[in-house]
Design a protein around this ligand. Structure first.
Ligand code: ATP
Ligand code: PYR
Ligand code: K
Ligand code: MG
Length: 576
């Protein structure tokens, strides 16, 4: 591989780079589905009407489902139609950089519902193996694939493992059960058939439960939504007194605390990947998921084992492994875990049940920064818009939380219950979209310079050179106010290095492999295209320019910085 550094402005001279072409901004149009429905407000849930600044502009509008499929497959270039429409509407600079993951659940599992989310900007669909049957997940995954093929989307699929968390039973199919203050409940490892289950009795999935807990321990359901204190142990039964009443939900997570600390007895020895998880992983590999998110990761070993397993099972697959940071043990081995993974998720739901809540924001910030340093994509997950499970608009605090994650420049934000079982999945998605766009633009306008020092992370010299070329190309794009960076990448690595720099302009990533294209859809600022390209960069560029110009996605005079992992080079080119 050539290690020379090329710099070319040969295609056409730069025209006043300090005055770049202004993207054609369309007049603001308010999206009807953003008009808040007025409902009686409770003090705890006082909502606000989206102020002008939060309202969605034409550029942020969902693309209508009837738009034509934009697959230029015959010509060898594929881009999803939402991106295409966004580029045409907004010009380059206003495309959304923060990616969005939607958990698919009963509320969003039909084809039209998944399509609604894809049209609304979902980049990744997540299925959670904690819930539902494998056939249900298989149908969802196939619907996403079908949607991509039929309608020209590039939605990736993430499978999230159940892991060995301690949780309650499924309440025999009931939606919830109410625990009142002072009531006596029994948590047991005995199993009952639905007809013979005694009143106020919950089966716990972990056999060592009754041995691990002690009289006086606090038992927290879902990190404290309901709280009990252990008053007596009788064989397999743990008798508890309810101290914080509330709703028990099916398969709710259980943690127990002693003297203000999380109790980790035998349960600390539970495997991160259970035998059920291994079967789910086989299923995920067979169904060709793009990401496997591993719940309750404690050490880097499990990630390494899973990655070797995937390679052995399916040598051709590009499945990326995401470490979910949600266990107290993971915090001690954070750097090693992230290093071993292809990305990380700040899973704030369970994390907040394992560490004091007030520590969650600093862990989030630390994980986001560490991932950036180590050049791994990072997802911020859980409760971003929790109130939108029930209400059509978010709370101010939720908007501030989303803004914080966008401001931290996380790669992706994730919807959980909001999209899985909430009443307003598409509205929640629209809020993530509009807040991301607004905060990203605000950061650019305020010139919030990113002074993060990025150390070289590659092990080999050619990869280090490639990394440094990306750092230089990004800085050059910022200084020259380029309209976009184009990257031609076979493995996706060069595109990731560019994304890591969080440049001001979007990054068009051209890659010959459909699965890599989908994986790139998780990463900040990348607009992935599938394109068969050759080693002749001039011909690649000419072809790309004419294809994109013909579709109205770029214009003559646009300034493009071009990077490729074929030729280790940077070029600055005006679109002819
Ligand atoms: N496939 C499904 N079938 C039924 N309900 C689901 C499904 N997926 C999600 N849900 C519902 O949506 C809620 C939120 O889903 P999600 O997968 O984000 O759970 P979570 O508890 O945040 O994640 P995790 O279990 O990984 O910690 C679940 O508690 C469940 O009620
Ligand atoms: C997403 C997830 O697993 C959590 O927040 O716990
Ligand atoms: K899970
Ligand atoms: Mg979790």
């Amino acid at each position: 591989m050539s290690e020379s550094f090329r710099f070319s402005t040969s295609v056409s001279p730069l025209q006043s780079p300090e005055f770049p072409r202004m993207p054609c901004l369309k007049p603001r149009i308010h999206v009807p589905n953003h008009v808040p429905v007025l409902k009686p407000m409770t003090a705890a849930h006082s909502r606000f009407l989206l102020p002008e600044k939060l309202k969605v502009t034409a550029s942020e509008m969902p693309i209508t489902a009837a738009a034509p499929v934009s697959m230029m497959e015959s010509e060898g270039l594929e881009v999803d139609r939402v991106t295409e429409a966004e580029l045409k509407e907004n010009g380059f600079r206003s495309t959304r950089r923060t990616k969005i993951i939607c958990t698919i659940g009963p509320r969003t599992c039909e084809f039209e519902q998944i399509e609604g989310l894809a049209v609304g900007g979902m980049n990744v669909a997540r299925v959670n193996m904690c819930h539902g049957r494998r056939e249900w997940h298989r149908d969802v995954i196939r619907r996403v694939r079908h949607l991509n093929e039929e309608k020209g989307f590039a939605v990736a699929v993430m499978m999230d493992t159940e892991g060995s968390e301690i949780h309650m039973d499924d309440l025999n199919g009931a939606q919830s059960a109410k625990a009142e203050d002072g009531e006596i409940w029994t948590f047991t490892v005995r199993a009952f058939d639905p007809t013979s289950c005694p009143k106020r009795t919950i089966t716990v999935n972990y056999d060592g439960f009754a041995e691990d807990v002690k009289v006086g321990d606090e038992l927290l359901v879902d990190g404290g939504m309901v709280r009990f204190v252990v008053t007596q142990k009788i064989g397999p039964d743990v008798i508890c007194h309810c101290t914080d009443p509330g709703l028990l939900l099916p398969r709710a997570n259980l943690t127990f605390w002693r003297n203000g600390s999380l109790v980790q007895e035998r349960n600390a020895m539970l495997p991160t990947i259970s035998s059920k998880d291994w079967l789910d992983i086989d299923f995920g590999i067979a169904e060709g998921v793009d990401f496997i998110a591993v719940s309750f990761v404690k050490s880097a070993e499990v990630i390494k084992t899973l990655k070797s397993y995937i390679t052995a099972r399916s040598p051709e697959s590009q499945i990326a492994v995401i470490a979910k940071i949600e266990s107290i043990d993971s915090l001690e081995n954070l750097e090693e875990i992230i290093q071993a993974s292809d990305g990380a998720m700040v899973a704030r739901g369970d994390l907040g049940a394992q560490i004091p809540l007030e520590q969650v924001p600093s862990v989030q910030q630390k994980v986001v920064q560490l991932c950036r340093q180590l050049s791994k994509p990072v997802i911020v997950a859980s409760q971003l818009l929790e109130s939108m499970i029930e209400y059509p608009i978010p709370t101010r605090a939720e908007v501030a939380d989303v803004s914080e994650a966008v401001g931290q420049q996380a790669d992706a934000l994730m919807l959980s219950s909001e999209s899985a079982m909430g009443q307003y999945p598409e509205k929640a998605l629209a809020v993530l979209r509009s807040v991301s766009l607004r905060i990203e633009r605000w950061r650019r306008e305020e010139k919030q310079c990113d002074t993060t020092d990025l150390p070289i992370v590659s092990a080999s010299m050619p990869a280090s050179i490639s990394e440094e070329i990306c750092n230089t190309a990004s800085s050059m794009a910022n200084k020259l106010k380029a309209d976009a960076i184009f990257v031609y990448t076979k493995t996706g690595q060069t595109a990731s290095f560019l994304s890591r720099n969080r440049p001001d302009c979007p990054i068009f990533a051209f890659t010959p492999t459909t699965s890599i294209r989908r994986c790139l859809n998780l990463q900040w600022g990348l607009i992935p295209f599938r394109l068969n390209f050759s080693d002749d960069m001039e011909s690649n560029l000419n072809r790309t320019f004419s294809l994109l110009k013909a579709r109205g996605m770029i214009n003559s005079g646009d300034l493009i910085i071009v990077v490729s992992d074929v030729l280790q080079s940077i070029q600055a080119i005006k679109v002819p």
